[in-house]
Design a protein around this ligand. Structure first.
Ligand code: FAD
Length: 342
């Protein structure tokens, strides 16, 4: 199988003027899958998989696990709560266990640690995900855990301490709870992701799990949002902006200029001096794409820009661009969503 060809952005202005447009990049042959048959040890990674997908933080954890495994001839085992492309993320072994409640996950992780005896267990240090699960299972099994880990190696870890006032370095304990961007995601060849069968774990629940509770997506904190609709100085029709965000069920954000002007509260500011966001989709209306704003959206999976200027930096950053007046796109999009054909 070949890599999909690299996408080339069209520049209609250049085409009209008869200027040369970049040719597609040559298609690279795919590297063979890497198989580690007899690893010296296992590193177990447990991604959060919020909304059933790998977040950028999850990918950092898998990248850190890959680096720890490669340091000494080890292999990466992943305990996952949902399916995803774990071979591409660098997993050699994969245990897929579709449990959702916290007690069942803790029991499953404890049983997996007993079964695989990994050298280290890596989780994202998130409040309601890996941070909670890792500490809970560490206490149950008597395994020490380090939180807010910024660098992870087989001989030494660095973790932030004293509310960020200093970093502590030392030998890595068995459980490592990683901060976002503690490592780069795996970018090498695909790995085997060979399935591991685990015996089912019986859990007598002490907590009743009523499943997910609906929340008002528009008011979600920006750092937790999966879909953000953001406004910049190019937005003048604020009613249409809030209506399109509500119709799409998206969380609201904005540039510093619109927060300075009082159109949105300060905690809605996206960017270097606001919130760094990592949604699956970021839809930007009338935002220029200043460097401070682009820093805030560096970890978005897909960016859609609506801007009247084809040459705006946000259009260059976007995966999909609409060169148009935001004031006409917002109500048209909201109407299509309400009709159910968008
Ligand atoms: C120390 C520092 C920290 C900063 N931190 C941040 C930060 O965290 N976040 C942040 O956002 N900024 C930050 N800034 C500000 C940043 O430099 C920019 O000034 C700001 O992001 C610009 O906001 P904007 O894109 O909304 O406005 P503008 O720069 O005014 O751009 C408006 C855009 O809207 C487009 N437009 C105009 N009319 C329409 C229309 N009708 N339809 C569609 N598009 C239209 C224009 O083509 C333009 O691209 C910071 C600056 C400094 C110095």
């Amino acid at each position: 199988m070949n890599d999909p060809p690299k996408r080339v952005r069209r520049d209609p202005r250049a085409e009209r003027q008869g200027r040369a447009v970049a040719a597609p990049a040559p298609v690279a042959a795919e590297a063979p899958t890497r198989v580690i048959a007899e690893p010296a040890y296992l590193i177990l990674a447990v991604p959060d998989m919020l909304h059933g997908r790998l977040s950028p933080h999850d990918r950092d954890v898998l990248g850190a696990a890959r680096a720890l495994a490669d340091e000494g001839g080890g292999a990466v085992a992943v305990l996952a709560w949902a399916a995803a492309d774990f071979a591409g993320a660098g997993a050699d072994r994969l245990a897929l266990v579709a449990v959702t409640d916290c007690e069942a996950r803790a029991a499953t992780l404890a049983a997996t640690i007993r079964h695989l005896a990994p050298r280290h267990v890596l989780l994202p240090d998130t409040l309601t995900g890996g941070g909670d699960l890792g500490r809970r299972v560490g206490a149950r099994l008597g395994l020490r855990a380090a939180g807010d880990v910024r660098q992870a190696g087989l001989a030494r870890v660095v973790r932030r301490a004293h509310g960020g006032a200093e970093d502590w370095a030392g030998a890595p304990p068995p459980i490592l709870l990683l901060a976002p961007e503690a490592a780069a995601p795996h970018a090498g060849p695909r790995h085997e992701a060979r399935p591991i069968e685990l015996d089912p774990v019986a859990v007598t629940p002490r907590v009743r799990d009523d499943g997910p509770v609906a929340v008002d997506a528009v008011a979600l904190p920006l750092g937790e949002a999966d879909f953000i609709v953001a406004a910049g100085n190019g937005v003048t029709d604020w009613e249409a902006f809030h209506q399109v965000a509500a119709a799409l069920g998206a969380t609201v954000g904005g540039s510093r200029v619109v927060c300075d002007a009082g159109h949105l509260p300060r905690h809605r500011q996206v960017g270097a001096s606001g919130t760094l966001v990592a949604p699956r989709c970021y839809l930007a209306f009338g935002i220029a794409g200043a460097s401070q704003h682009l820093q805030g959206i560096a970890r978005c999976e897909a960016v859609i820009a609506v801007n009247s200027d084809l040459h705006a930096d946000m259009i260059k950053r976007a995966d999909l661009a609409i060169v148009a007046d935001a004031q006409s796109v917002m109500p048209a999009l909201a109407a299509r969503v309400r009709r159910g054909d968008a």
